[in-house]
Design a protein around this ligand. Structure first.
Ligand SMILES: CC(C)(COP(=O)(O)OP(=O)(O)OC[C@H]1O[C@@H](n2cnc3c(N)ncnc32)[C@H](O)[C@@H]1OP(=O)(O)O)[C@@H](O)C(=O)NCCC(=O)NCCS
Length: 227
């Protein structure tokens, strides 16, 4: 995986239930009573909190934090540096039913899972729900208790039910300050950003405070209309 090399072995608490077919990266901690299902891939240096659920085949990058009792249902994709707060839910069934119209219990063949994609560095606040299919943009921040039903642009701060744009945040997570027409500045890193329509992007003349991450999801199609 990208970033610095971590050599410490993964730490998996005895009470955690990690399927032998899951891959856990070096330096990752899986805390008490967490469940990591078959074929999930978790990168290096992550923290998987107590009582979390990571579904089959979920893909997670490096240095992610998944807080206590978060539910990451497959086929979620979580890029490096993402923060998933306590009791967050990433859903995977847009129109859920337990049974078919005939009253039979639905099986895996009876429904089509849809996933949440959390991009590099993004944060999902406590008890937020991301309703799949939806993409949370790079370094975006979802407020505690939000329900996200539309794609969230990079660097966006969104809140509420349904989540709406409140403003913009930088890589440090601090709200950006307007410094001119369509221009914002991070009070922590000093980086400036340009707003183009409904999108925000770093000003080309400013340094990236986080080194470029090589991550193979750049070309994935967007699944939803943005907020
Ligand atoms: C959204 C958040 C980042 C905003 O922080 P902030 O920039 O300091 O903003 P403020 O607290 O000044 O609030 C700005 C406005 O947004 C509202 N707001 C703040 N948090 C909100 C939330 N979670 N949902 C809805 N509205 C919220 C405030 O009421 C305020 O509205 P007002 O201007 O009408 O009074 C923060 O409140 C939050 O939810 N952080 C996530 C915390 C979390 O879940 N941590 C996880 C680890 S425990």
């Amino acid at each position: 995986m990208d970033g610095m090399t971590i050599t410490a072995p993964a730490r998996i608490e005895e009470s955690a239930d990690v399927d032998p077919r899951a891959a856990i990266g070096a330096g990752t901690s899986v805390w008490h009573l967490a469940q990591v299902r078959e074929n999930a891939t978790i990168g290096e240096g992550c923290i998987i909190g107590r009582g979390t659920y990571i579904g089959p085949g979920v893909v997670m990058g490096d240095r992610c934090k998944v807080q206590n009792h978060a539910l990451v249902y497959e086929p979620a994709v979580v890029e490096s540096g993402a923060f998933i707060g306590p009791a967050v839910v990433l859903t995977n069934d847009h129109l859920p039913r337990a049974v078919t119209p005939a009253g039979e219990l639905k099986t895996a063949e009876d429904w089509q899972p849809v996933g949440v994609h959390i991009r590099e560095g993004a944060s999902i606040g406590a008890r937020a729900v991301c309703v799949a299919p939806v993409t949370i943009g790079r370094w975006a921040m979802v407020a505690a208790g939000a329900v996200v039903t539309r794609d969230v642009p990079d660097f966006a701060l969104v809140a509420g039910v349904p989540a709406r744009l409140l403003g913009w945040v930088g890589e440090a997570g601090t709200p950006l300050e307007p410094v001119g027409r369509d221009t914002y500045r991070c009070p922590v890193t000093g980086r400036t950003y340009l707003q183009r329509g409904e999108r925000l992007e770093p000003h080309p003349s400013t340094d990236d405070p986080s080194p470029a991450q090589k991550w193979p999801f750049d070309d994935l199609p967007r699944k939803n209309n943005p907020i």
